[in-house]
Design a protein around this ligand. Structure first.
Ligand SMILES: Cc1cc2nc3c(=O)[nH]c(=O)nc-3n(C[C@H](O)[C@H](O)[C@H](O)COP(=O)(O)OP(=O)(O)OC[C@H]3O[C@@H](n4cnc5c(N)ncnc54)[C@H](O)[C@@H]3O)c2cc1C
Length: 379
């Protein structure tokens, strides 16, 4: 067993880390402050191959493996949690399901555009009463002689502010719950589809989260992604990959927090010496470093499972659960070490502290990950 990145993976990691340090890091505070969706940065990320890391080169993607994708998201998240999750949504929740379940016509229409940055994708599963209970879809798709008519409301749709195409999940057979859900590829400018509200959030500000109102949105049968009734399976398959990416995102934020804490601990003198000399501080740093390294191993293992197995559900849930909570602990320790300097509005640690919290909520809360893992270990 060799726990080493390949030379190609290391080279990609270095290239993305350099991109993040040179072009992204300096923008992170301003994006957080304004809450504006960072369109130009997303375009710059596209030129680095970050919008279609695992999509085959024949469709314009970078054609890399899932571990490469995870290390790229981690590297981006060290500089900006927001850009990391924008890319994660476009990759895992939109481009990958289109590549896996889409028709050739859908791939021709969307895949190259999604990975080149010409178009951006969003994933609309959650509703007011369908968050953790995602199968409880109240959005319905009615079939008539001309196609499907979609009605309902989606909430917290990341990337929606700038998206061109949305995967909308809707009940086509409401009584069948998970087995009655169908996925549709809906261009954002389809009549009847309205972006209704921007969510003002604690962290990951600039993610472009909006609610979507669907009022008699008419699409033809070509808009079906996969088969009727296959939507819930598609959503869960996409979320396997998405959860690996969120684990990587959390890792990046946690690593940035540890970096800030180390830097400060070496320089800050109290009682006549650097606080890094005190064992209480050393143990916080040691715990955070160990936590993040353990999280990294779970994340890379889940990424490898995603690459090689048909499903990587349990591995992805374990990685997301552990990495998001480890990163939260690391940000908390960093806040404690920087004390008043960290608590000040506008400090880097203050932003990381707010950003990391979302990783325990979106793409399934920590409780949902524990439900998935428990079902596996108990069975
Ligand atoms: C920043 C952000 C971006 C998002 N982006 C997207 C997106 O792009 N697309 C999308 O579709 N959704 C998105 N979401 C929605 C997100 O996936 C949901 O918020 C999440 O799944 C939780 O759903 P909920 O908020 O309705 O909480 P609820 O499901 O109402 O849960 C409330 C609480 O109850 C707990 N709980 C629920 N059921 C159980 C149980 N059986 N046992 C124990 N505890 C339980 C939950 O863990 C949570 O603590 C986003 C959310 C945020 C905050």
């Amino acid at each position: 067993m060799i726990l080493e990145l390949t030379d190609e993976q290391k080279a990609f990691q270095q290239r993305i880390a350099a991109f993040a340090a040179e072009h992204v890091a300096a923008r992170a505070a301003a994006i957080d402050e304004s809450g504006d969706f960072p369109r130009e940065l997303v375009q710059a990320a596209a030129t680095e191959g970050l919008l279609g890391v695992t999509i085959p080169t024949s469709w314009g993607g970078a054609g890399l493996d899932y571990v490469s994708y995870a290390i790229a998201i981690e590297a981006v998240a060290r500089a900006s949690a927001v850009l990391a999750v924008i890319a994660a949504v476009n990759n895992s929740l939109v481009a990958e399901p289109i590549e896996r379940f889409g028709s050739d016509t859908q791939k021709q229409a969307w895949l190259k555009r999604l990975v080149s940055g010409e178009a951006l994708g969003a994933f609309a599963l959650s509703e007011e009463h369908a968050g953790s209970d995602a199968a409880n879809q109240q959005t319905v798709a009615r079939l008539d002689e001309r196609g499907y008519v979609l009605s309902g409301r989606k909430v917290w749709v990341a990337n929606a502010a700038a998206a061109d195409i949305v995967i909308v999940f809707a009940a086509t057979q409401p009584v069948a719950a998970g087995r009655g859900i169908t996925a549709f590829l809906v261009p954002i400018d389809t009549p009847g589809l309205t972006r209704v509200a921007t969510a003002d959030s604690l962290g990951v500000r600039g993610l472009g989260c909006m609610d979507l109102e669907l009022q008699d949105v008419r699409v033809d049968a070509d808009a079906l992604l996969g088969s009727p009734g296959e939507g819930f399976h598609i959503a869960m398959w996409a979320l396997d990959g998405g959860r690996v990416a969120i684990a990587a995102q959390a890792l990046g934020v946690g690593a940035a927090a540890l970096h800030e804490a180390l830097d400060y601990a070496r320089g800050r003198e109290v009682f006549g010496q650097p606080i890094a000399n005190y064992q209480a501080i050393q143990w916080m740093l040691a715990d955070a470093a160990t936590d993040l390294e353990a999280a990294r191993m779970l994340t890379y293992k889940a990424a490898d499972a995603r690459q090689r197995q048909a499903r990587a559900t349990v591995e992805a849930s374990m990685a997301k659960l552990f990495a998001s909570e480890a990163a939260h602990r690391a940000a908390d320790k960093a806040m404690q070490i920087l004390a008043s300097k960290g608590y000040r509005r506008g400090s880097v640690v203050e932003r990381l502290f707010r950003d990391v919290r979302a990783t325990e909520i979106y793409q399934g809360t920590s409780e949902v990950q524990r439900m998935v893992i428990a079902a596996h270990v108990i069975s």
